[in-house]
Design a binder for this molecule. Structure first.
Ligand SMILES: *[C@@H]1O[C@H](CO)[C@@H](O)[C@H](O)[C@H]1NC(C)=O
Ligand SMILES: *[C@@H]1O[C@H](CO)[C@@H](O)[C@H](O)[C@H]1NC(C)=O
Ligand SMILES: *[C@@H]1O[C@H](CO)[C@@H](O)[C@H](O)[C@H]1NC(C)=O
Ligand SMILES: *[C@@H]1O[C@H](CO)[C@@H](O)[C@H](O)[C@H]1NC(C)=O
Ligand SMILES: *[C@@H]1O[C@H](CO)[C@@H](O)[C@H](O)[C@H]1NC(C)=O
Ligand SMILES: *[C@@H]1O[C@H](CO)[C@@H](O)[C@H](O)[C@H]1NC(C)=O
Ligand SMILES: *[C@@H]1O[C@H](CO)[C@@H](O)[C@H](O)[C@H]1NC(C)=O
Ligand SMILES: *[C@@H]1O[C@H](CO)[C@@H](O)[C@H](O)[C@H]1NC(C)=O
Ligand SMILES: *[C@@H]1O[C@H](CO)[C@@H](O)[C@H](O)[C@H]1NC(C)=O
Length: 641
């Protein structure tokens, strides 16, 4: 044990190992303790390199004693034949002494031995291992075979990033690592050739937080770190989008403003509005820091916008273009939000005859119903129904029932024919439907007001018309004479009217002609009855009156009297009362007359009568006058001087 310890101490003293590193080109300082042990003196220092037998440098010191006991050191330095010869300097007065080797280069690397001899003590050996350090020459960052610096990108969010850091030169071989915002992210590097080391950094998916990130490639060997940095630029998709404004139901015809706000995009977004898939014109405004974009849309909704979706689409134009199409609905380049519009509008109504009814085959007695189909928001408060412009009132007893948007008429009669419409009313207004014509079929009935008295002399012929009302019109008729009750032949049909020529031959042929019309519904229940009689002269016109008397005209209106069974004409005779001169004498088909071009201020006497082939009625006398004009020419008012 003791021996071992001594041995170790001996070795430590005798062969001391030093390690020295120096940057290439600088001066290496190789230490060697040359201090002699106590009571001894230095004799010789020799420097060897790589176990060579020839020293690269030697140093001798002699101690010469002079009279005043002063020590004089005499030195002798000698250089070897090495290439290093001129670059060596021994600094023996520092502690420890240093062999200075200036402007070191690769060949200087190696093991150096310093041998120190003393006067009496054993020789001392110091081993110095010199490493020449070369800093990396170049740190290049390569992206897609291109060297890059300062800012790279912009990349798209989600892209893969792959950067190669190539370090050339450097000894010992540098360690190459990647740092993201000063955090170590990749320290796997490899040498690709003797003096090239590379480290490939891969970020599989770039994320939003990588925007402006600083990527540093660091190469470190002995004497510190060398680095190269780039900054990352990113295109970011918009993150969020929302629609503001007009939360309450909208009313048709009013103008509303919507705002679409979106943020998170880089560069700033394009905002688009869509309604019914049609792009709407809008105005955009970008906030000062460029992060939010607001687009304003003015909208005047119409009824058809109810329940439609208003879409706001925020598109990062750069991402969209890169993906080939602006219209791309890729989730990466755009975000959208939707708002269902609630629009209040006045109702629109559409009237229809009940689905199961055939409009052309509704007959008296059928049940009929109508549907008022509406579009309304909010729902209608009430419905109004009209028939020929008259409001229909519900009347269950009469079979008229209104249920919500339906109108039911039970057991229709022909009076229910005509035009129907419905109106729906809500808070926004009212809407009137189209009209639907109801046509209720019924069997013929005698048309009121037609000529039923026919005067005719024996052997004369009279043309009798049988006129009926029916839907559809009568298609056939049956005639009979009341005294015989056998059918009468010879009628002609036209437009639902039957015409018969009748000629009484004897007294027995005077009586009643009876006509029954028939259509698809059936035969007339109450026939039309026409009286055939020997004609008489007409009654005089009744209720005659003089109207509109002016300075030169008068008008006469009468009601016709009974025509005596034959067509009658009306005769007007006008006399100047003063002179009894006949001024006018004419007949016509109508019992009224207007006469102009009369003298002003004269009194008139008028006789009206009716006549037919049997004779003339009594005369109806009337008095009238034309208005007198004060300054009329004298020649014209000779009857009233
Ligand atoms: C000395 O040895 C080192 C390695 O031991 C070697 O790299 C160097 O080239 C040698 N130098 C000379 C001059 O032989
Ligand atoms: C990167 O290198 C530069 C000089 O090349 C130095 O100033 C800087 O401090 C280095 N950065 C780091 C983080 O080492
Ligand atoms: C962007 O919009 C968000 C959400 O409305 C808001 O919180 C933020 O303050 C806005 N930024 C700017 C700069 O207006
Ligand atoms: C976007 O695409 C998705 C699915 O591809 C689809 O469901 C959606 O309706 C589209 N939106 C628009 C506005 O086209
Ligand atoms: C591009 O479009 C394709 C489909 O057309 C989609 O799969 C892809 O995610 C899109 N990329 C980007 C960056 O928008
Ligand atoms: C026929 O009608 C006429 C006049 O309407 C009437 O006077 C006569 O009595 C009727 N004859 C019969 C048989 O009904
Ligand atoms: C005829 O005139 C009188 C009096 O002006 C009136 O009372 C009567 O109703 C009229 N008759 C008809 C049929 O118009
Ligand atoms: C009176 O005569 C004028 C002019 O001819 C006419 O326009 C007007 O209708 C007549 N009035 C009456 C009540 O007949
Ligand atoms: C009016 O004319 C009719 C025939 O056209 C005639 O019979 C009548 O006598 C005339 N009246 C007068 C008063 O002349």
């Amino acid at each position: 044990m003791i021996v071992n310890i001594q041995c170790a101490i001996f070795l430590f003293i005798a062969v001391k190992l030093e390690k020295v590193s120096v940057l290439s080109g600088r001066t290496a300082e190789l230490p060697c303790d040359i201090t002699p042990p106590t009571l001894d003196s230095l004799y010789l220092v020799l420097w060897y390199k790589n176990n060579s037998d020839f020293p690269i440098y030697n140093y001798r010191q002699q101690e010469i004693q002079r009279d005043n006991q002063m020590l004089l050191l005499q030195q002798q330095q000698q250089h070897g034949q090495e290439s290093s010869a001129g670059r060596i300097h021994f600094q023996f007065d520092s502690h420890p002494a240093l062999l200075l080797l200036s402007n070191v280069g690769d060949p200087d690397e190696g093991d150096y031995r310093c041998r120190v001899d003393f006067g009496r003590s054993p020789t001392r050996n110091v081993l110095v291992q010199l490493t020449v350090v070369v800093p990396p020459q170049k740190i290049r960052i390569i992206e897609d075979n291109r060297q890059v610096s300062s800012v790279i990108g912009p990349y798209d969010e989600g892209d893969q990033l792959s950067l190669n850091c190539i370090v050339t030169g450097g000894r010992p071989r540098p360690e190459v690592s990647w740092w993201l915002n000063d955090k170590l992210v990749d320290h796997t590097y490899m040498a690709t050739s003797e003096n090239v080391v590379q480290n490939i950094l891969v970020i599989p998916q770039l994320e939003r937080h990588h925007l402006h990130a600083i990527l540093r490639c660091q190469a470190s060997n002995y004497f510190g770190v060398h680095n190269n940095t780039v900054q990352l630029d990113l295109n970011l998709r918009p993150l969020w989008v929302l629609i503001n404004g007009a939360e309450k139901p909208l009313s048709v015809g009013k103008s509303y403003t919507f705002e679409c706000i979106t943020g998170g995009s880089r560069p700033s977004v394009n905002v688009r509005w869509y309604l019914h898939s049609i792009q709407q014109p809008s105005k955009e405004r970008i906030t000062m820091d460029g992060s939010n974009t607001t687009s304003t849309l003015k909208l005047m909704p119409t009824a058809k916008d109810h329940d439609a979706e208003l879409i706001c689409l925020a598109i990062n134009p750069v991402l969209a273009v890169r993906n080939g199409s602006i219209e791309n609905n890729g989730t990466i380049s755009s975000v959208e939000t939707r708002r269902k519009l609630i629009v209040h509008f006045a109702p629109t109504a559409e009237l229809e005859l009940g689905r199961n009814l055939k409009p052309d085959s509704i007959a008296e007695g059928n049940d009929v119903y109508f549907d008022c189909r509406i579009r309304s928001n909010p729902p209608p408060l009430r419905f109004l129904w009209t028939h020929e412009g008259q409001t229909i009132r519900e009347n269950a007893a009469a079979g008229v029932i209104i249920v919500e948007q339906s109108l039911v008429i039970r057991r229709v009669s022909r009076s229910h024919s005509g035009r129907y419409s419905c109106t729906a009313v809500n808070t926004e207004g009212s809407g009137v439907s189209n009209t639907v014509q109801l046509r209720v079929m019924f069997q013929p009935v005698c048309r009121p007001g037609q000529k039923i008295l026919y005067g005719v002399a024996k052997h004369e012929t009279v043309v009798v018309q049988c006129q009926t009302d029916a839907i559809p019109p009568a298609h056939s008729h049956r005639w009979a004479f009341n005294t015989s009750l056998s059918d009468v032949e010879g009628a002609a049909e036209a437009d639902g009217t039957s015409v018969i020529s009748f000629s009484p031959q004897s007294d027995r042929d005077y009586g009643s002609l009876i006509c029954w019309a028939r259509n698809v519904i059936g035969e007339q229940r109450e026939p039309c009855v026409y009286r055939i009689f020997l004609g008489v002269r007409p009654d005089p016109p009744s209720n005659c009156s003089v109207l509109n008397q002016t300075a030169e005209a008068v008008e006469v209106w009468c009601r016709p009297g009974f025509d005596g069974g034959h067509p009658q004409l009306f005769q007007f005779e006008i006399f100047d009362t003063q002179s009894a001169v006949l001024l006018y004498n004419k007949s016509g088909r109508y019992p009224h007359l207007r006469v102009g071009n009369l003298e002003s201020g004269i009194k008139l006497f008028i006789q009206v009568s009716a006549f037919n082939q049997r004779g003339r009625s009594p005369l109806v006398p009337l008095e009238a006058y034309t208005i007198k004009i004060a300054d009329k020419q004298t020649g014209k008012n000779k009857h009233f001087p």
